[in-house]
Write a protein that binds this ligand. Structure first.
Ligand SMILES: [Zn+2]
Length: 100
């Protein structure tokens, strides 16, 4: 009931990393595996968004995108929806491990 409902990523583009694993690029939305639309309501078939079921949508509004990132834009509506969901699950503020 926990991991199966975790939002994954749907994106307009993709890059293949050095390890051969596809990574999302371009516009990024949250997507719940099994559904045919993004969290913000875009139909995957109409928008040609690609699905990344192996990539968790764990972006936050404070993430800073640089030119080195393949991701160019993160949907604010999907962000808001998934951040609210996470807050309820964890019952309060839990700080993620800091990045280097
Ligand atoms: Zn979205």
């Amino acid at each position: 009931m926990r991991s199966s409902s975790a939002p994954a990523v749907a994106a307009s583009g993709e890059e293949v990393g050095r390890d051969g694993v596809r990574q999302p690029g371009g516009e990024v939305h949250a997507w719940l595996p099994g559904q045919n639309q993004t969290v913000c309501g875009l139909a995957l078939s109409r928008t040609r968004l690609r699905r990344f079921p192996h990539v968790r949508f764990d972006y936050s509004g404070t993430d800073v995108l640089t030119e080195a990132d393949a991701v160019g834009w993160i949907c604010p509506r999907c962000l808001a929806a998934t951040v609210g969901r996470r807050g309820k699950e964890k019952r309060g503020w839990v700080r993620d491990s800091p990045r280097p």
